[in-house]
Design a protein around this ligand. Structure first.
Ligand code: PMP
Length: 420
């Protein structure tokens, strides 16, 4: 049945599909519009730092690709993706898993190059979700994934999560009949948290026991600051997981390239969905990325991104401690309710903070913008009841000096909101 039309469309020939009714403008994008006023220091965006884009390497790769095989680069191409790039992706995943102590024999035939990992989420939804299907997500989770799943009309169920990852006993109570659990083990968006080794091992075992497929989204995994994160969930049970990766955070999001690794049981259907969606991801961009990656470029380039982001995170931690007092090593609930609290992400782009009791992030935002700083309230990242006190702070795009000024402005805004 078609959805009813809004009254101003009554004489319009256009009848919207029910799924279109369920699509909403991203809450975050709406917030970002407000915060993009000139002069505002933004901790709100989710963009990688443009300082990290390897412009000269792309310039050289562009010329090389056109010189080597212009017809191949500019012609329609295979839906699976550019074979040398699929090979590189498989090799890198195998090497990283081995360094983390796991054998993961990634067959390049299981790698599908996607138009950003966002397309991976869309394909997963199309292939695995029927109207009314139960799907499980962390609490909070990546809003863009929920937006990709929603048009398929699922029943989205949140599983409790803490700073170690998914709560296994809550998962057990909710897993029956679920199509999958969508999970972000590394430097999660929005919290910056990383799932511990113990929790990964437990989740992997329980998911296998419950026959629950996992969708593992890992766009930030390479951006660790001190030590690499534990091995992916997919490396532990490749037949029970779909792994999503991205070139956006290690090279450039503008090329819109990512990849997925899927078990043989679902790969052909994901490929058919991909063919229907866009035939293939831009072949020219795929060749440029393969050209840039040749000779171990990422091994030299990614450490520079890590160093930059770590310095930025440290600046934010220092500024927060200066303005709000250091986070106590041990504190009771009353103490944590009385002050701003935050975590210390071990990688990625985001820090997660929580306002004192009685303050709501959504009310603080306009006051903060008046003071010259923006952030994203955390509540929209929850598929069910959001924690209204939470906020996401990105530390990668402002300079260190701006981070200090921005945190000072946040402190002023909080004082104003509290009426101090
Ligand atoms: N997953 C997560 C968790 C993300 O944060 C993002 C980007 N913000 C994506 C997927 C999509 O990234 P892309 O399509 O650029 O690969």
């Amino acid at each position: 049945m078609n959805a009813p039309l809004p009254p101003d469309c009554l004489n319009s020939p256009w009848q919207l599909a029910r799924r279109a009714e369920r699509m909403n403008p991203s809450v975050i994008r709406e917030i970002l519009k407000v915060t993009e006023r000139p002069g505002i220091i933004s901790f709100a965006g989710g963009l990688p730092s443009s300082k990290t884009f390897p412009v000269a390497e792309f310039e050289a790769a562009c010329a090389q690709v056109l010189k080597d095989d212009p017809a191949g680069a500019l012609q329609y191409a295979a839906s699976e993706g550019y074979a040398p790039l699929r090979q590189m992706v498989a090799e890198q995943l195998r090497t990283k898993a081995a360094a983390a102590g796991h054998t993961w024999e990634v067959d390049p035939a299981q790698v599908l190059i996607t138009t950003g990992s966002q397309q991976g989420l869309d394909l997963v939804a199309k292939v695995l979700v029927d109207a009314g299907s139960k799907i499980l997500v962390e609490s909070p989770t990546y809003l863009g994934a929920v937006s990709a799943f929603i048009p398929m009309e699922p029943d989205v169920v949140s599983v409790a999560s803490d700073d170690q990852g998914v709560d296994i006993s809550d998962l057990r109570t909710k897993a029956a009949g679920a199509r999958f659990l969508y999970v972000l083990p590394n430097f999660q968006n929005p919290t910056g948290n990383t799932m511990s080794e113990a929790r990964r091992a437990a989740l992997s075992t329980v998911a296998a026991e419950l026959n629950l497929p996992l969708i593992e989204d890992n766009p930030y995994g390479d951006l660790w600051f001190d030590t690499p994160p534990p091995a992916p969930l997919t490396a532990r049970n490749p037949d029970g997981c779909i792994y999503l990766g991205s070139f956006s955070k290690v090279l450039a999001p503008g090329l819109r390239l990512g990849f997925l690794v899927a078990p043989k049981a679902v790969y052909p259907k994901l490929l058919e969905a991909k063919q229907a969606a866009d035939l293939h991801s831009p072949g020219f961009n795929q060749r440029m990325i393969a050209q840039v990656m040749q000779g171990g470029f990422l091994d030299r380039h990614v450490p520079k991104i890590r160093a930059l982001y770590k310095a930025q995170r440290d600046a934010m931690l220092e500024a927060l401690a200066q303005h709000f007092g250091p986070m106590p090593a041990q504190a009771d609930a009353a103490m944590l309710d009385s002050r701003l609290t935050w975590n210390c992400p071990a990688g990625g782009m985001f820090l997660w903070a929580r306002l004192p009791q009685g303050q709501r992030a959504v009310d603080l935002l306009p006051i903060a913008v008046e003071q010259g700083v923006a952030f994203v309230p955390g509540a929209p990242f929850y598929a069910d009841h959001g924690d209204e006190r939470t906020l996401r702070l990105s530390f990668v795009t402002p300079s260190v000096e701006e981070i200090h000024r921005g945190v000072a402005a946040l402190a002023r805004a909080m004082q104003e909101q509290a009426g101090v």
